[in-house]
Design a protein. Structure first.
Length: 395
């Protein structure tokens, strides 16, 4: 494979990923408050309405990870998108909280299938020598969606109502389906004999990916507090208008630092990047817990953007580099299953904690989770990565 990064398939798969995540972020930042207002649900059920999507996504990834290396990723991308079109259409029929939860769960499953396939596709077409840089740029599709999605969700909900978000989501996912026809059809990486070997948990999880995956589950849980409860928290401290631009600032900081972080990762190794961005992530959560005005809120957004926006593609690159090439899809699936688990279980657990802790203490507790992630990374990969870098430098 040549060293070309910005090929047509890479641009198309990045665009598809952006559109899918745009829908995800547009819905997830508004669905908790919508559930509480429309169905008079408590905060714990509002968190569940947000988080059950992630649980569905997790199960979608779990099933996809087992089979993706023996199938063509383009097929799974298109199947996941068509499934998403069906589930998004079902939002128009939700007349009760129970139906909303079911549709959210199914939509999450469809999203899990499609996003696992796009991540695997991108991992395979990015040259090895540019893996950190390439996956970093690919992850910008998520960052841009995380900025535009919440903004659109809040504006659409306030001006035209929640139904307008469903209409927009339908149009966006149809565009994603159109782009999928332009993808190059890649062959499977496993033959029939290879596919029949894995049994038990090894059929669902790539063992080399597990150490870093245990770290990312902490990051996912901490970040879920921002996604699910920032809007409500901002209302309680009279910063609703400022909060609508939180993810815009988040994206700007991630976008500006991404070229530097990706290339630095490839050249100097993971530790030079991972430790600082995890510190930034934890510090951003501290500032979020202390904020009383827009300045500190936006500083928190910038630090969280640098932290979360960098640790996810960095972690994905680490698990891919640690795993056999023919298991790249399973390694990607394993990593995002753990990320989704943290992000999915977070809103429900944290929603139940809020009546006892309040929002400020909640974000301070999440900063402590960020510190645990730093310690976990040291034992999971940082210590051995440092030794390998010293060894290679002496050669």
């Amino acid at each position: 494979m040549n060293a070309q990064l910005w090929s047509k398939p890479f641009i198309f798969v990045t665009g598809i990923n952006f559109l899918m995540y745009l829908i995800h972020y547009t819905l997830i930042v508004t669905v908790a408050s919508y559930t509480m207002a429309e169905f008079h649900a408590p905060e714990s059920l509002g968190g569940l309405a947000a988080g059950i999507f992630i649980i569905g996504m997790l199960l979608g990834r779990l099933g996809t990870g087992r089979i993706i290396d023996s199938l063509r990723p383009k097929q799974l991308i298109m199947f996941g998108i068509v499934f998403s079109i069906v589930t998004i259409g079902l939002y128009f029929l939700t007349q009760s909280l129970t139906l909303l939860l079911i549709v959210r769960f199914l939509h999450g499953g469809a999203f899990g299938i499609a996003s696992t396939a796009t991540g695997t596709y991108a991992s395979r077409i990015v040259p090895d020598v540019k893996k950190g840089e390439g996956l970093g740029y690919y992850a910008l599709s998520v960052t841009m969606a995380s900025a535009l999605g919440p903004f659109l969700g809040i504006v659409f909900n306030q001006t035209m109502g929640f139904a307008s978000i469903f209409i927009m989501s339908t149009l966006v996912i149809i565009i994603a389906l159109g782009l999928s026809f332009g993808l190059t059809d890649l062959p499977s990486t496993l033959n029939k004999e290879d596919h029949e070997r894995p049994k038990g948990l090894s059929a669902f999880f790539q063992k080399e990916a597990l150490p870093m995956s245990f770290v990312i589950v902490l990051v996912g849980m901490a970040y879920s507090s921002v996604l699910s409860f920032l809007t409500i928290y901002a209302e309680t401290i009279n910063l609703s208008t400022a909060a609508s631009f939180f993810f815009v600032v988040f994206a700007i900081f991630t976008f500006v630092t991404r070229p530097f972080t990706g290339k630095t990762f490839d050249y100097y190794g993971p530790n030079v990047i991972v430790y600082p961005v995890l510190v930034a992530f934890a510090l951003g959560l501290v500032f979020l817990s202390l904020t009383h005005g827009p300045v500190l809120l936006y500083l928190a957004a910038g630090l969280i953007g640098i932290g979360y926006g960098t640790i996810v593609p960095s972690g994905q690159t680490i698990v891919i580099q640690q795993s056999p090439k023919e298991k790249m899809g399973l390694a990607t699936s394993t990593f995002f299953i753990f990320l989704d688990f943290g992000a999915g279980i977070g809103p429900f657990i944290l929603g139940a904690l809020i009546p006892f802790t309040g929002y400020r203490m909640l974000y301070l507790l999440m900063a402590m989770i960020g510190v645990f992630a730093i310690i976990g990374y040291f034992f999971a990969h940082g210590k051995s990565a440092s030794k390998r870098h010293i060894s290679s430098s002496n050669e």
